[in-house]
Design a protein around this ligand. Structure first.
Ligand code: 2PF
Length: 693
């Protein structure tokens, strides 16, 4: 039903309480009422998802209960959904009461540091929550708090940055959109199935978007396309190796919460009233505040992502439980590889020795070991090596780190949370999202050029202590609550001083998590010389040393221009965006634009010969590591990272709250993760200011 779909699209289990709901309701509800509650909550989500241009009102919320005696339940559901950003979020007017106190009345201040997606989302969400809870402050004779956003740069968006081209062509895009380059994030993953940004991008802002297709030709170093069969057997071999490393994954945490009656919920029916037993249910598990945001695991209803989708994001797939793995030789044979002479079908590979050789084994070491052991079983040619390393490069792009920097047990700790379906890009630039968040429904108070130098926060020892935020030009801003969204790279660098120093558990998480790098070179032309109907193509790279069968000899160069996006659909101009991933991302920081340009030109000429590859009109190279406002691109799970580190990143220290991509363990390294962290931190600030629902 539509209610079920709405719950799933909201990342909630339609048939079970979220851990937060469980904490709130478990000792209030009788068993059958769980089903009633879930029906009410799912119906409310349906109202919201169907039209996110209108907020759900309390009257509509009450209408989701089928009987008057359940209005109380409806009220709880309504408040919980609002507080946690499941309904009435984003760029839409929220129900608000007229101000009942004088304009001169006292007012608290929340300062948000950073106007990236997490900062703008938290500010927008706080404005909405304050308006919807204004009676709390009216009772105190105060005005609802004001929200001030301090941004170090002179622009919004942070790592979402659509930079206008120098050369503009009017009318090349719908409306008055400018021709831009995506310097940072470009892809909205799983756009049509559960990505919360869909609500804002399509539902509220009505932005134009381009759905990506995953057709991908990979060109070898001689400029010739790799034939489909070779591509496929290498993709399968890589997937097999990746699956074998899955054995070393840390077990995901699981929460049990109260469940409703599936069958009734499917039909949006409440249980028959008689027979409601009067017993109270004890909480099923002691809810640990720190951990209560873990999503309820999805039931087995995933629609499968289109094959090959992971090539777009480089993310690894969900590992199927399939009992004992096949022997490597048998698996290879099934894929279509020829076994070497004398190799028996039951011969396999064993990764245990290498996995156990180090305290913090890396994904790269183990995968390269697997490749070497496979070399004993099958004939892997230099071209196969280039292809396998292409997949490494793709993983290095997704994680913004060389595979040898990634934790074996935790690198894909967010697996299973990805959204299904096609990915998309925003026509005219992703920056329209942060711009919408800043301007609609009313303009947020964003102050530019405010580089925060130190934060003197209140860790709770002295309740009267005033919190001060000091900018590098000496400006001081006082606050009651602070939301820090500076990227993990900035936190690691120590550029912002915390007084008192952050406690060990927080600093430890900052130190242990990885913050990686990805760079791009953007080329603008007058005419496309590539297949403009395709969204991307790939390039293989040579080994950097003589022995081309040694996996270690590909690490340095494999990420160089390994994937090239055709960005003409979103920029409105013939444009290629080449990625520099893994070690190549770091190399790009040290290499001047001309030699990078020279390199890519040679590759393009070889690939597109006999066509003429002209000199580009405009060339832009990103160098995210040098940027003092980020010092890299996004977080990854490093070998020393511990399972709880992302959650500790999200924990407040007194009145100092944290948001940002690296505080979202379920969707790290993404724009939607930053967005979700903004919603989460707004609920945390509300908890500090007003308490529980
Ligand atoms: C201020 C700063 O100035 C900032 O304004 C602010 O603080 C902090 O804001 C992927 F990775 P912020 C991609 F497609 O914006 C995946 F894992 O930096 C992908 F499918 C994946 F699965 C995919 N600041 C201040 N102010 C004041 N004082 C002071 N001292 C100070 N310091 C700093 O942080 P944020 O947490 O709010 O937002 C982060 C998100 O934007 C990033 O996570 C996101 O951009 C990452 N990212 C991608 N995400 C994504 O969803 N799709 C993408 O396409 C993807 N792409 C990304 C990126 C980031 C490419 C680049 C180059 C991923 C693939 C890639 O195309 C940089 C970068």
């Amino acid at each position: 039903s539509e209610c079920i779909e709405a719950a799933e699209a909201s990342r909630l289990d339609p048939y079970a309480l979220h851990a937060g709901e469980h904490q709130l309701l478990a000792d209030m509800l009788m068993h059958k009422e769980v089903t009633v509650y879930l029906n009410i909550r799912n119906a409310m989500l349906r109202l919201w998802i169907q039209n996110p241009l209108c907020s759900v009102t309390i009257e509509e919320a009450a209408g989701c209960a089928k009987e008057g005696r359940f209005f109380g339940l409806a009220e709880v559901a309504y408040k919980w959904l609002i507080r946690n950003g499941y309904i009435n979020f984003g760029c839409t007017e929220v129900p608000k009461e007229p101000l009942a106190v004088k304009k001169s009345a006292k007012q608290k201040t929340v300062v948000v540091i950073g106007a990236g997606v997490s900062g703008l989302t938290s500010a927008r969400q706080l404005e909405g929550l304050f308006a919807q809870n204004s009676e709390h402050w009216t009772d105190l004779g105060e005005r609802p708090p004001r929200v001030v956003v301090l941004e170090g740069r002179t622009r919004i968006g942070g790592r979402v940055y659509s930079k206008p081209l120098r050369s503009q062509v009017e009318g090349s895009l719908p409306g008055n959109l400018r021709n831009t380059v995506e310097m940072g994030a470009m892809i909205v993953t799983g756009f049509e199935h559960g990505n919360p940004l869909d609500t804002i991008i399509r539902g509220q802002l009505g932005l134009h978007y381009h759905l990506l297709t995953d057709a991908l030709t990979i060109y070898d170093t001689d400029g010739k396309p790799v034939d489909e069969e070779t591509d496929t057997i290498n993709t399968e071999l890589y997937t097999d190796i990746s699956d074998r490393t899955g054995e070393y994954r840390a077990a995901p945490q699981q929460h049990n919460t109260l469940k409703g009656d599936d069958e009734l919920i499917d039909r949006a029916r409440d249980p028959i009233a008689d027979g409601f037993e009067g017993f109270q249910l004890e909480p099923l598990f002691p809810v640990d505040n720190a951990k209560h945001r873990k999503p309820v695991l999805k039931r087995g209803r995933r629609r499968n992502a289109p094959p090959g989708t992971e090539k777009l994001t480089g993310r690894s797939r969900v590992i199927e439980e399939s009992g004992a793995p096949e022997s490597a030789a048998r698996a290879a044979k099934t894929m279509g590889w020829q076994l070497k002479e004398g190799v028996a079908k039951n011969q396999s590979i064993s990764l245990h020795r290498v996995a156990q050789a180090s305290l913090h084994p890396t994904l790269g070491t183990i995968m390269d070991e697997a490749i070497e052991q496979y070399q004993e079983l099958i004939d892997i040619t230099p071209r196969d090596m280039r292809l396998l390393n292409w997949h490494h490069a793709n993983l290095e792009y997704a994680n913004a780190a060389p595979v040898s920097y990634l934790s074996l047990s935790g690198h894909d700790q967010d697996t299973g949370n990805e959204f299904e379906g096609a990915h998309s890009e925003i026509v005219g630039g992703y920056t329209q999202l942060p711009r919408g968040l800043m301007n609609l429904p009313t303009k947020l108070d964003v102050r530019f050029d405010r580089i925060v130098d130190s934060i003197h926060y209140n860790d709770g020892q002295d309740p009267d202590l005033k919190t001060k935020i000091v900018c590098i030009d000496g400006e001081v801003i006082e606050a009651d609550e602070v939301v820090m969204t500076a990227p993990l790279g900035v936190l690691k660098s120590g550029a912002v001083d915390f007084d008192p120093p952050l406690p060990g558990w927080k600093q430890g998480a900052i130190d242990r998590l990885g913050f990686g790098l990805l760079n791009k070179i953007v080329l603008l032309y007058d005419e496309p010389f590539w297949d403009d109907s395709r969204d991307m193509f790939g390039l293989l790279n040579e080994a950097d040393k003589q022995d081309s069968l040694n996996p270690a000899h590909y690490a340095k160069k494999r990420g160089r221009f390994y994937l090239i996006w055709n960005a003409s659909k979103i920029s409105g101009r013939p444009m290629l965006v080449a990625l520099m991933a893994g070690h190549s991302a770091y190399e790009a920081e040290q290499t001047d634009t001309n030699s990078l340009l020279n390199d890519i030109n040679n590759r393009l000429k070889k690939t597109f010969a006999p066509k003429v590859v002209p000199a580009p009109k405009e060339v832009i190279v990103t160098r995210w590591k040098r940027d003092p406002f980020t010092r890299g691109t996004y977080s990854y799970v490093a070998p020393e990272t511990r399972p709880g580190d992302y959650d500790d990143m999200a924990e407040p220290v007194g009145n100092l709250h944290f948001a940002g991509e690296a505080t979202c363990g379920t969707h790290p390294a993404t724009v939607h993760g930053a967005f979700l962290s903004g919603l989460r931190v707004a609920a945390d600030v509300m908890q500090s200011l007003v308490g529980s629902i």
